[in-house]
Design a protein. Structure first.
Length: 251
């Protein structure tokens, strides 16, 4: 089995993949970084792809899948994806298998093959909503629409700052130390205490910011701090109480 995973911090999903089972995986990014959107479509006002997935699919479209191996494609994709660090996990011996074992045997006509194009409009996934609004603002000829877009841009930026500030206050209350708070906010621990993190995650979503609302989607980028608090041994009760205190005051 082979996985191609396109997501921010996608390496975190496969970092513990065993090497002694018949599963190979590549990911768009390592466990700590964003993936990148690309190919903005002005007619649809959205990005149509992501750099990693665009590169591997375009490569598959052009290659003879009976001849190209997973390993060769991985090297091509890693070289062309210059926005994030493409990773490979699992049973790496499988990467010597040919692509046709997993993607079919269709062969691209020789006269259609060409070098993969450079991607010039890549945007970090957390900044996609803001980037789309900025593009709309820059291209509209309507004063009313321009004012509307400007208000939406300011709202996104203000909420991003609010979310960052809220998490900083929560961490400061829990740690009761500027030095420890800085460490929590500037490091990335691997999650092991899933019960603590799941409970803290749910509380943050329901009491502070529901990231299913577009204005609060940036809250997803702050959840690493909750992982760090749990992994550094701070009690779940202290984390939940800090959230209640900060978010009730905010509301």
């Amino acid at each position: 089995m082979v996985f191609y995973i396109e997501a921010c911090e996608s390496g975190s999903m496969m970092i513990d993949l065993p090497e002694d089972i018949n599963v190979f995986s590549t990911t768009a990014a390592n466990e700590q970084e964003s993936s990148y959107a690309c190919y903005y479509d002005q007619e649809r006002d959205t990005y149509l792809g992501d750099v990693y997935s665009v590169v591997w699919m375009e490569d598959s479209d052009q290659e003879d899948l009976k001849k190209e191996s997973l390993h060769k494609q991985f090297k091509i994709v890693k070289r062309k994806t210059n926005t994030s660090h493409v990773q490979e996990y699992g049973n790496l011996t499988l990467s010597h298998m040919k692509l046709n074992a997993f993607q079919g045997s269709k062969k691209a006509p020789l006269n259609t093959r060409q070098p993969l194009p450079d991607i010039v409009d890549a945007v970090p996934s957390p900044d996609v909503a803001l980037s789309i609004l900025k593009r709309k603002y820059m291209t509209t000829n309507s004063i009313e629409k321009a004012q509307k877009y400007l208000l939406e841009i300011n709202a996104l930026l203000q909420n991003k700052h609010l979310i960052q500030e809220t998490m900083q206050k929560i961490v400061s209350i829990v740690t009761e130390s500027e030095e420890q708070a800085a460490q929590i906010l500037n490091s990335r621990n691997r999650i092991r205490d899933h019960a603590c993190y799941q409970a803290a995650n749910y509380h943050f979503k329901t009491r502070c910011f529901n990231w299913h609302a577009p204005l609060y989607e940036y809250a997803l980028r702050q959840l690493y701090a909750l992982v760090n608090l749990c992994e550094e041994g701070f009690s779940l009760n202290s984390i939940l109480q800090a959230m209640d205190k900060v978010c009730l005051l905010r509301s």
